[in-house]
Ligand binder design. Structure first.
Ligand code: NAP
Length: 481
């Protein structure tokens, strides 16, 4: 049995941040288990053509590890992975990282107050604390469309891309029109003989204020005051964007006007424009930031199909109007199973209670971090910590800082366990759901919501609100034993 103080599941951004901060705090008794062969998490999985971050890169880097190497404002996936490698090297994390190891089960042992964590290679770990940093967008979801298994061509999910795939000369169908689809459609359209986009719901699209970072930018970015100013600027701009989700705000009016102007400028055909106007209020689903999505849709080799998919046959897709769309390749940009994002690990807490049972009606946690009945279990990017307006790293860092404080607090009190009180978690989630109920996010279907309609993903407020709540936490909602 391998022993450690903190076991981290997942080597994405949040696992990396947790590991780096543990190391910086002088806590070297930790290990990171990652099922993929390399570092990256979502950036390892999502290697489809065109993958890039949709917030400015100066804000998509850790505050403790600025990156003067970004080559453009909206960095592409390989650059982000390279950044993550850099951080891991700079922080000396290599000896702690274990790749190609899939965690299957984690059981809290009440006798020893430790987590017993089993993996698919038969190795067992014993850890005082268990940090799950797998994130909400880790389980790709194929659409449940009749006949999908019968398709004779290739089926590719965007998060399980084949790097060797060549679109040239192929008849490609793309199901989905979310953030992912908006990124992969333009490059695929360039090579494909024919690209058919199956749209169930049109989305709001805003321009991406992208630009390359030249030598001057990169030189200046090495100066800490300059880097801090750029970061502070983007923080303020994106935080202001949160107002865009509130009815009647200036930001919302500005976003509407900008979206409409982009659509008019890039799609001259009124009939196509009508198909691309979203049938739900702006912000309910994640906004798309793109300068080339609409442009790709007006190409002569691209067709936008809005009739519902009736079934998939060996030859392609048949839509509700009876039309058969012959395809060689079916690309599913159909997102992730967020509601069951942790279902691949059987997590068993106090009294033999399974997390899957505790979350039967959808995931919920106290401030996204802790769940009653699961002592010493910490979630990174847990329920209701996703953001629709800014960088997710701004939620990861305070979460990590809070976990470190909780560990110190437990030691200070001579406690073996820290566990959120059930009444506190209930009250927190009731307040959160009451706030979300009348928000824009309750007006449509999206990955933010469980099948029941409950919003399981989004933090409804400004970033600073979440950060302050964690910083001011005096652990009154926690039991130390
Ligand atoms: P998504 O937002 O959940 O979009 C899935 C798409 O597939 C939607 O258009 C959905 O239509 C469609 N779809 C699903 N099942 C379908 C079915 N059975 N038939 C027809 N259409 C179906 O997934 P995503 O685009 O992968 O994005 C998920 C999240 O990942 C984003 O919101 C974003 O937070 C993150 N992301 C970030 C970046 C970045 O920062 N670089 C890039 C990509 C993704 P409906 O809308 O009708 O449900």
């Amino acid at each position: 049995m391998n022993e450690c103080d903190v076991l981290i599941l997942g080597a994405g951004m949040s696992g990396l941040c947790m590991a780096a901060q543990l190391k910086r705090a002088g806590r070297t008794g930790f290990a990171v288990l990652e099922q993929s062969p390399g570092l990256g998490g979502t950036w390892w999985d999502n290697r489809y053509p065109g993958a890039h971050v949709d917030v400015p890169a100066p804000l998509y880097s850790f505050s403790f590890a600025p990156n003067p190497k970004w080559t453009r404002r909206f960095a592409a996936a390989p650059e982000i992975q390279a950044y993550m490698q850099d951080v891991a090297a700079r922080e000396g994390l290599a000896p702690h990282l274990h790749f190609g190891v899939r965690v299957t089960r984690a059981v809290f042992d009440e006798g020893t107050a430790r987590w017993r964590v089993e993996t698919d290679d038969g190795t067992v770990w014993s850890a005082r604390h268990f940090v799950c940093s797998t994130g909400p967008l880790s389980r790709p979801r194929l659409p449940a469309i009749a006949g999908i298994g019968s398709f004779a061509g290739r089926v590719l999910h965007s998060a399980r891309w084949d790097a060797g795939f060549d679109a040239a000369g192929q008849r490609i169908g793309v199901i989905g029109t979310g953030s992912t689809a908006s990124q992969l459609i333009p490059p695929l359209a360039e090579g494909a003989a024919q690209l058919t986009v199956f749209q169930r719901t049109a989305n709001w699209v805003l321009p991406r204020l992208d630009r390359p970072y030249g030598t001057l930018d990169r030189t200046l970015a090495r100066l800490p005051p300059y880097a801090a100013a750029v970061r502070a600027f983007w923080y303020a701009v994106l935080e202001w964007g949160r107002r865009g989700f509130d009815d009647g705000s200036v930001a919302r009016r500005g976003m509407h006007r900008t979206a409409e102007a982009l659509l008019r400028r890039q799609v001259p055909d009124a009939a196509l424009r009508a198909k691309l106007r979203p049938p739900y209020p702006l912000g309910c689903k994640r906004l798309i930031y793109s300068n080339d999505y609409y442009r790709a849709l007006v190409r002569p080799n691209v067709a936008l199909v809005t009739d519902a998919i009736a079934r998939i046959t060996p030859a392609g897709v048949v839509t509700a109007d009876g039309r058969a769309h012959a395809l060689d390749v079916l690309v599913c940009a159909t997102g992730f199973d967020v509601e069951h994002s942790m279902a691949h690990v059987d997590i068993v807490g106090r009294g033999g209670r399974r997390l899957a049972d505790a979350w039967r009606d959808g995931p919920e946690a106290h401030r996204g971090l802790t769940v009653p009945g699961f002592p010493n279990l910490f979630l990174m990017l847990g329920p209701n910590t996703a953001t629709g307006h800014t960088s997710t790293l701004l939620y990861i860092e305070p979460g990590v800082a809070w976990v470190l404080r909780a560990l110190r607090e437990a030691e200070h009190r001579g406690a073996a366990t820290v566990e959120v009180r059930a009444d506190a978690a209930r009250a927190y989630n009731d307040r959160l759901q009451a706030r979300l109920k009348d928000s824009v996010w309750s007006t449509c279907r999206s990955w933010y919501r469980a099948d029941s309609g409950r919003n399981i993903a989004l933090w409804p407020g400004f970033t600073r609100e979440y950060v302050r709540a964690l910083q001011r936490c005096r652990f009154e909602d926690y039991a130390f034993a």
